[in-house]
Design a protein around this ligand. Sequence first.
Ligand SMILES: [Zn+2]
Ligand SMILES: [Zn+2]
Length: 155
Amino acid sequence: MTVTPEQLRDLASRAEALTAEVRALCVGAQNGTPEPGHLTTARQAAEWLARGAADLELAAEDLARLQTPPCAFRWGVCPEHGNTLSSKAGVSECRVCRRTWTYNRLDQPCGEPVTWRVIDRAGTETQMCDGHVLGARAAAGGATFARLDAPIGQP
Ligand SMILES: [Zn+2]
Ligand SMILES: [Zn+2]
């Protein structure tokens, strides 16, 4: 059986829902101090469930990263600013953030993690990284942009 990030995210959201239910139960049942033992135990269980949910989300992210091939553009960009690099003497620098790379990044395949799906007007889909999507946004009129790793509960 192959595990998918969607399965892990689904389990994470169920664990989150369960956490919220247990917490609500504890709050609802709590009247007076000291807290009865069974409520303390249940409250601790809620903490474990919350940690479990967070871990499952991490696992989903890890898996999604593993499954996504890197950005296939044949030149590098600044991961934050896009086509803002200039190279001289084997060093590339972003004109915006002044970050430097000690190799000619413009001559290297991108290889950054793919985070966006871009569908142009003709219906051709290209997957690309944060940096390359900036250039694509500037160039492509009428294209559709969708984040690959939209958080749980968002389209
Ligand atoms: Zn930059
Ligand atoms: Zn890229």
